[in-house]
Structures are given as structure tokens and as C-alpha cells.
Design a protein around this ligand. Structure first.
Ligand SMILES: *Cc1c(COP(=O)(O)O)cnc(C)c1O
Length: 397
């Protein structure tokens, strides 16, 4: 049995704030500050360079990857961490394209997060082999899986609407035409149970600062299926992905399995925060988390629809087709979100008109949902958003 009242106590949440933006940046696990401080003073400060061995810094990226692996249904030893998600998308796509040398089509959808598409464009340019990136509406992906397809590259949960792709069905369809599949789990890891191995996914990538709560700039992760891990070629062939980094050979030789997806020096201080965040996740029953996430989302949808007729649901109504967020469209969404934040409920805004709220059972309860509904209803009903100060655009929305 999961005790979600107890897990809430493990996070530092400022007084008077209801935080519904953990899908964008998770809150601070209370142990993380001390863990990072310990890494700085006891390890960096006292052990200096010997900490790479004695404090286990060098082994940390893949050890942390394994703990993430449990949450996403990966086989042990097939996930590693490091770099940013944008970099991991590039790595996965470069390796995936080489597995399907005869074909040129990369398929994604228009709900994908732009950086994934930008990285694909950049890679296509660098390869200069005539690859083509095709983006279609999320509902039409299945119809565009055809014999020309080389790589299907999708983010499982749409960052704006929370719409969730059927990982198993799309992977099966892509494999049936000889294509390789990459799943971006940015809004899946820590949001609900993911079954990469069961779905026979080829590659997966994701970040750890959203639902996993590892802090701003925390390392990304990458998964390569066991059937590919020993022979994919890493495009970003950095020294820490080399089979023997400290042999300092002049020629590159890829490391064993997932190790080859490492690039350069790992971000040790960020990994300390991830380590603390994963101490919480190690105890989490993902099915219980999902059940509670659905209950919180449904309660929010019901509450908003009963009190805010001007807001229209942008997320699928069917929980089976949703991640762990709920979005509503509102013409004045930006100003409304600024006003809602000013009243102590933090969500965010995604252009052009989406008000987005993440639901994270580890530290969000019914009281938070009810308070959020009450404040949103007040801001919309009394047109509190209709003030100049709420219309000034910030750099980060
Ligand atoms: C959040 C997110 C990113 C962010 O990439 P970074 O390199 O970590 O900045 C990329 N892709 C998706 C799908 C995301 O949701």
C-alpha cells in the first residue's frame, strides 16, 4: 500500500502554494540539498579526484539509469544517464537510422515537443543522405506508417494536451513495416507505468527534472533494447562511451552495451540530486501511483467544468488516453495563468491558448485539487486576469 500522505512530507513545498507544474519542473526532495552538499564537501572537497573511484562517480550514470529502468519497464543494464534530452534524442535517432539503411522517412507528429523535431532536422542536415522528416496530426500517425518508414519517433504524451499514444500498438505497426521506434518519455517517466520491454521499443529517451524531481538541469536518460545494444553505432562517440576510456587509444571503439551511449564527463552534482530523488521513486508502486493520478485528474476536470464554462477541455476525456496532466483552452489563457499563479496555484501556459496543470500523486492531494479549482474559478469568474500586470509576457511561460 502506498502512503501518499507520507510521500508528500518528503518534498519541500513552499507555504501557501499549490504546485501543479511538476510535469515541467518537479519540486525539491527534502534530502536532495543535503545529498548535494555532501557530494560537494565530503567527496569533491575531501576526496578530490579519487572520488571518481572511491565515491563511485564513474559508475553512477548507469547505476542511476537502472533505477529509472524499473519505472519504465526496461531490462536491467540497458539505461544510462547524462547530457540533456535534446542530445539523447539526437543520439537515439542517429543510431536508429543506421539500423534501417535502405529507407529515408522519419515520422513524428505535430504534438511533439519542438526540440525533438529540431534535433531531427539538424541530424538530417549533418547526414546529408536525403532523409525526410514527416510530421502529421497525432491521431493520424498510424495511417502514415508505411513501407517507406525508417524511424518512428514519438513523444508518448503530448506536452500540451496530455494526449497519450498507444506505445504497444504503434510499435507493433512500425515493426511490421521494418521500421525502428524511438519513444520520448519526457512526460511518461514517473507519470505512469511504462512497459518498454513488453512493447518491444527499440530506443527510449527522457528527462529527470519533470516527474522524476531531480532538479533543473538534471541529466537525461537513454534506453537501447538488448537486441540492439551491442551493435548500434554511437554517433556522439565521446571518450566515456569508449570501451576503455583510460587506455587513451587514438581510435574509437564503442563500450559494452548501453555504456557506449555515454558521451563525456557526467554531471556529478546533478547526479547527486537525482540519486536523492530516486530514493523516493525506489519505493513507489507505479500502478498505485497511476490509479491516484487518474482520480486527481478526474476530480480536477469535474471541478473546472462545473465552475468555469469558458474553459474547454483540451485533454482527452478518456483517462486511458491521457498522461498525468490536464489542459484547458481559454482565449486569455496566458493572463489567466499569471493571475492564478499570483493567487498561489502554479500551473503553466503553452501557446497559443493552453492552461496546463500537472498531477503528481507523490505530493498532490484532493485538498490541492479543490483549492486549485476554487482559485481558477475565482480568477475566471471575476475576470481577475483582465489586468495589465497579468498580460506582460515573461521569457519562460
Ligand atoms: C521537456 C522536453 C524536452 C526538453 O529537452 P532538454 O534538452 O532537456 O531541454 C525535450 N523533449 C520533450 C518531448 C520534452 O517534453
Amino acid at each position: 500500500m502506498m502512503d501518499f500522505a507520507a510521500t508528500k512530507q518528503l518534498f519541500q513545498l513552499p507555504d501557501g502554494v499549490t504546485y501543479l507544474d511538476g510535469n515541467s519542473l518537479g519540486p525539491l526532495p527534502k534530502t536532495a540539498a543535503a545529498r548535494v552538499a555532501q557530494t560537494i564537501t565530503d567527496e569533491w572537497g575531501e576526496m578530490l579526484i579519487t572520488a571518481w573511484n572511491t565515491a563511485g562517480w564513474m559508475a553512477q550514470p548507469t547505476a542511476l539509469g537502472d533505477r529509472i529502468g524499473r519505472l519504465i519497464g526496461a531490462e536491467p543494464g540497458h539505461v544510462t544517464t547524462g547530457d540533456t534530452l535534446s542530445i539523447k534524442v539526437y543520439q537515439a535517432l542517429a543510431s536508429a537510422l543506421e539500423l534501417v539503411p535502405g529507407k529515408r522517412k522519419i515520422l513524428s507528429d505535430r504534438g511533439n515537443f519542438p526540440t525533438d523535431l529540431y534535433m531531427a532536422e539538424g541530424l538530417i542536415g549533418a547526414l546529408d543522405k536525403g532523409h525526410e522528416l514527416v510530421t502529421v496530426a497525432p491521431e493520424e500517425v498510424l495511417d502514415h506508417i508505411d513501407d517507406d518508414l525508417a524511424v518512428l519517433m514519438l513523444t508518448q504524451v503530448d506536452y500540451r494536451t496530455g494526449r497519450r499514444h498507444d506505445m504497444a500498438a504503434l510499435t507493433r505497426a512500425a515493426h511490421a513495416v521494418g521500421a525502428v521506434v524511438i519513444w520520448d518519455l519526457a512526460h511518461s517517466a514517473g507519470a505512469f507505468p511504462v512497459h518498454l520491454s513488453e512493447a518491444q521499443a527499440d530506443f527510449a529517451v527522457g528527462c529527470t527534472y519533470k516527474y522524476l524531481n531531480a532538479g533543473p538541469g538534471a541529466p537525461a536518460f537513454i534506453y537501447v533494447a538488448p537486441r540492439h545494444a551491442a551493435h548500434v553505432r554511437p554517433a556522439l562517440s565521446g571518450w566515456l562511451g569508449h570501451d576503455a576510456p583510460f587506455a587513451f587509444d587514438l581510435d574509437y571503439r564503442p563500450g559494452a552495451g548501453i555504456e557506449r551511449m555515454r558521451v563525456g564527463t557526467p554531471p556529478v552534482l546533478q547526479m547527486a540530486a537525482l540519486d536523492a530523488a530516486l530514493d523516493i521513486w525506489d519505493q513507489v508502486d507505479m500502478d498505485a501511483l497511476r490509479a491516484r493520478s487518474v482520480a486527481l485528474c478526474e476530480r480536477f476536470i469535474e471541478g473546472i467544468e462545473a465552475t468555469c464554462p469558458d474553459l474547454t477541455l483540451a485533454s482527452p476525456r478518456d483517462a486511458d488516453q491521457r498522461g498525468s496532466q490536464v489542459s484547458f483552452r481559454f482565449d486569455h489563457g496566458y493572463a489567466a495563468m499569471q493571475a492564478v499563479i499570483d493567487h498561489g496555484v502554479i500551473g503553466d501556459f503553452r501557446a497559443p491558448d493552453i492552461m496546463r496543470f500537472g498531477f503528481t500523486p507523490l505530493y498532490t492531494d484532493e485538498g490541492d485539487v479543490d483549492r486549485a479549482v476554487e482559485i481558477i474559478a475565482k480568477v475566471i469568474g471575476n475576470r481577475i486576469w483582465d489586468q495589465e500586470k497579468y498580460k506582460v509576457r515573461n521569457a519562460v511561460t
